[in-house]
Design a protein around this ligand. Sequence first.
Ligand code: ZN
Length: 874
Amino acid sequence: MRTDTGHVFKLEDYRPSDYLIPRTSLDFRLSPDATHVTALLTIERREGVAPTAPLVLDGDALTLLGVAIDGHALAAGDYEATPDRLTILKPPAAQCFELRLETEIAPSRNEALMGLYRSNNVYCTQCEAEGFRRITYFLDRPDILSVYTVRVEAPHNEAPLLLSNGNPVERGALANGRHYAVWHDPFPKPSYLFALVAGALGKVAGSFTTMSGREVELGIYVEPGKERLAGYAMDALKRSMKWDEDAFGREYDLDVFNIVAVSDFNMGAMENKGLNVFNDKYVLADEETATDADFANIEAIIAHEYFHNWTGNRITCRDWFQLCLKEGLTVYRDHEFSADQRSRAVKRIAEVRTLRAHQFPEDQGPLAHPVRPRRYREINNFYTATVYEKGSEVVRMIRTILGPELFRAGMDLYFERHDGQAATIEDFLKVFEDVSGRDLAQFALWYHQAGTPNLTVSSTHNAAAREFILEIEQSVPPTPAESRKRLMHIPLAFGFVGADGKPVTWAAVEGATVDDGVIHIRKRRHTVRFSGVSERPSVSLNRGFSAPITLSVQQKADDQFFLAAHDSDPFSRWQAFNTLLTDALIAAFRQILDGKEPVFAARLAELAGRVACDEALEPAYRALALALPGESDIARDIGKGIDPDAIFAAREALARIIAETNRDAFSALYDSLADNGPFSPDAASAGRRALRNILLDYLSLLPEGAALAARSVILVAALAVLAHRHSGTAEAEQALAAFEARYRGDALVLDKWFQIQAGVPGAQTVDKVRALMQHPAFSIANPNRVRSLIGTFSSANQTGFHRPDGEGYRLFAETVLEVEKRNPQVAARLATALRSWRSLEPGRQAKAKQALLDMAKVENLSADLRDIVERTLA
Ligand code: ZN
């Protein structure tokens, strides 16, 4: 474990390294406790660098067994080796030489799951961001591109399958039941994209013919016996390969593309060149045990990692500050893919919900950072919603500003100009400036400045002058280390809707650049005058969520109701309804704090009924509209003095009124949605199931509800409804016990069982979680188990986690520290659940702070956890 050194890495300190490594040959002799690694590195001194410059290589917990240059072992005084650094004090005078390194590592003892480790007896690697240095000493930075040849040797019975990056070149049998394979990757790549997998795995084979007619062999490797669960992933892979050709003109470049599913993985998946490694949760699915969200995630993540082949691998990042260059762009690409494969409107709403749920609180709290940060202590902690999700929104805004043709031209130029390079955000922006002739300097602040901009908007209509005026003011709240903000360029898509529901047009506009339905906000204040507008329209703002901002609009509830029924932009229509719900919930929250019964306008519940039954809307859309803002969404919009119990009560009260008002309509609709045909994971069928599930959730609040849920066929969804809405009842207990008995041997399915129980609202869940940690299927060393139980409890159970006596925080801090001993990266991510502690009411706030302080006072904390805890407290 790397303990914290306090060192801060700064963007302005970047400089190219003195040495390059054009070629890398690796030889692995695999063994669980003593894997022998021989690295043969071609080292080249960069032009202009003095021959006396020492060569300093990165390591992490390494043991050096031997070092030689050009075939001669080095004498003790020629180098210095520590676990985390190898310094060659006097490299040869020749510009190019060969460095041979031998190291020994113990994959079976690697619980951090970085570098080479064992998962279920399978050897696998994870090198992003800085895991390669746990395998051998190297210039472990993304701007060192090298051509790799990898030889892997192991006993055949332990590891019949030997995989690495690139194309297979050779394999053969050796004495003593051993065998080997050699792989060669012709594309120069940074070390973080290196991968090796070896073990006994089952294979699902496929093939894809590229746009130029090349045949690519596809393989998905899974635990033997689980092959039938990988069919959907294979289908998603083929669709991804086709889509990247159609949408971006990008063709795959190797003869093989392999995916391996492993059961111990820190993140979702990893885009290693030609050999993606996946958390098995994002590969394995079948109709019985996977939810529709699981299928959608598998499709999106398979696509995401595949798309990295061009945005990440062919063009990589110069340094880790540029992480969003590959991640934001690739998320944008996978979002577009899913929108094309499914429903664009539904996808957009889901994206915005995710952005608000994860990125907004990050941007509005102590961990806020720009999409391209300038500082970090531990890069692992920057795989964030800001880098990924907001990074994607920034790319989307470039497309909005330039239009689809120029955007595509810019992307084409990017691929052409930077193929084979390690690039920067400046390079990326420059291609769009070059193809469009525009200056994107102000726009670039989206990469450089943290915080969620806010627009305050008010409107007036002057009937006599036939003029409609929008007053728009922008502000960007201060964030850590950035107290003063500069003015941003915000592309605000909008529309005017007339009383007849039709668009209202105007004759001329002044006060801002307005084109193609977008107002370009660039100054602090704009008074935008639309002339030739005879009736006062309803204003639909930030259509399609054109910018990742918050809006403060002085808009009457009547206008919101009108837009919720008539806005032609599906996103904004959803937004109008969601705003009404949020406003009602916040008002109810305040009434509850004042000791009153919350009251809701009858027309709100009636509107919910009309939306549910509107056959002109797709079922998936209706399901999203009916989903009440989550407890943490409401908390975020309230901002401070949060009492999660009062929020919960407000939400329950509204749900109950919606259910009671629409009881007959909801149950008729619920029955009509029964799925009798064969299962299909497609978006339309999933949408019907989603609508059915949300109706069930409402109906379960009525007296007959528990029985209805107990009878439901959609297992996981119904179990969640029962356990959450009727916790402790005989029906709920029986259903949970039956589920456990049925899926006892299936870890991924039992994760849902852990998750459902960790999410049961109320004070008693802390004890339940404690008890479940002793369950035989739970393991503190497995990230999926930890996230299902502890992650769900701390980030998706507001009333349980924030129990007023602080017991939830105590369990949490204890567990984070326990996880940290093995896996600092997973522990640090868990710890971010406390990032909004300052918005809690004073009693809970003090207890949450104490939990953070308890973690901070532990000695020898990992760099990962110390960084999160200290920034959260700062
Ligand atoms: Zn990615």
